[in-house]
Design a protein around this ligand. Structure first.
Ligand SMILES: [Zn+2]
Length: 392
């Protein structure tokens, strides 16, 4: 059930009509005929199918001057998706409708290093309950979206040599879940789904967004031209291992990486050496919020270093929004202030003229929101809806 490749020669008419209705660009049968270029009888037949499947519904009548036309609207309650945002030590699971509205949500303690059997076993126990809950409300589960804290070969839905996920290398996460639940599943890395989630929920949409996660490590997710940019090997956005000088040894084996100087782990170690009880990025954020001078200075400096690398990225990619999340984003304005300082100073004037640098809007929920968006947008995409059996 590979959503991206099943479709080749499939008839995509139903999916295309669904897309027009969902985006609001055509909401009557007459408009659908004009906008889709399909024949009146084809449109009529496919609309009946979508109505029968519950994906669209009559929402009223439009005055057309002649006979009133039925207004058609997307029905987000036509199904549900199961989503999981798996982190190193904790996870968040949810079941949402097809607009991403959660029906239920649950945080979980997990140790990702326990391996796929243990972790997915726990996830499935919760997913089973959530599937029952959705079914009881009349929402069949139509898809699954999962984020994991490591690199993913997206087309295959497998983790690839993930440094903090022993036992997961090459494990077929997507196929495993897809077979168990009999619906398409999609798997991506956690930072990509956070970027997708933040982009999906922007109040003023932009096509190009860079999401930066500053947790123990530093990573980024790139939405370019409205689509997540994964790169040739799924390794795009690995901003934490760009060199910014110094001899700090990084966990990747190189020296001078951004993460080894500005990541939450590095700052926690540094402050601990100065006598503070910091073990991780969350502790650093807390100490900073309490106004501790050492912590404020360290976070501000980290912001400047991150800003240096982001300035180069801004010149290269010209994003409309940079969104900063992760544990260190909880440190208040100090991190963002450091970032802004260098981005505005070192990027070109044109590339920053309308750039917004913001703190995460979704916080801990960015991952599950993005996992839902990834699953929903793929399931309902014109090229996929028909062949994946969504609109059959
Ligand atoms: Zn590194």
């Amino acid at each position: 059930l590979d959503c991206e490749t099943v479709i080749d020669h499939a008839d995509t008419a139903t999916g295309a009509l669904l897309h027009l209705i969902r985006s609001g660009s055509a909401v009557t049968r007459g408009e659908l005929v004009r906008r889709s270029g399909l024949g009146r009888s084809t449109v009529s037949q496919r609309v009946e199918r979508l109505l029968a499947d519950g994906l669209i519904r009559d929402i009223g009548e439009a005055a057309t001057g002649g006979r009133p036309a039925t207004l058609l609207g997307f029905n987000p309650r036509a199904g549900a998706v199961l989503v999981a945002d798996l982190g190193a030590t904790h996870a968040r699971l949810a079941v949402t409708d097809l607009a991403g509205q959660p029906l239920a949500e649950q945080p979980l303690e997990v140790d990702i290093a326990a391996g796929p059997d243990v972790v997915l076993g726990t996830v499935e126990t919760v997913f089973d309950e959530m599937r029952h809950l959705a079914a009881a409300s009349g929402l069949p589960v139509r898809g699954i979206g999962v984020g994991v804290p490591g690199p993913v070969e997206f087309a295959a839905g497998r983790a690839v040599a993930p440094p903090i996920m022993p036992g997961w290398d090459g494990y077929p996460i997507r196929d495993h879940l897809s077979e168990r639940y009999g619906v398409p599943a999609l798997v991506d890395n956690d930072v990509n789904i956070m970027a997708i989630g933040e982009h999906w929920m922007l109040e003023e949409p932009v096509d190009d967004l860079l999401f930066l996660k500053v947790g123990t490590g530093i990573g980024s997710g790139l939405v370019l031209g409205g689509r997540i940019h994964r790169g040739a090997q799924g390794a795009a956005g690995d901003i934490g291992h760009i060199r910014v000088g110094s001899d700090a040894l990084c966990r990747c084996g190189n020296t001078g990486c951004l993460e080894a100087q500005a990541g939450g782990g590095a700052l926690a170690d540094m402050l601990a050496r100065e006598g503070h009880p910091t073990r991780n990025g969350r502790d650093v954020a807390e100490l900073t919020r309490s106004g501790d001078r050492d912590a404020v200075m360290a976070v501000r400096k980290a912001g400047r270093l991150i800003g240096e690398v982001l300035a180069a990225s801004v010149n290269l990619l010209n994003p409309g929004v940079i969104m900063v999340g992760g544990d260190l984003a909880l440190a208040g304005e100090h991190l963002i202030a450091g970032i802004r300082e260098n981005v505005y100073r070192r990027s070109t004037a044109l590339s920053t003229s309308r750039l917004q640098i913001l703190t995460t809007r979704l916080g801990d929920r960015a991952g599950i929101t993005g996992a839902a968006a990834m699953a929903i947008e793929t399931l309902l995409a014109p090229s996929v809806a028909e062949s994946a059996g969504v609109a059959s």
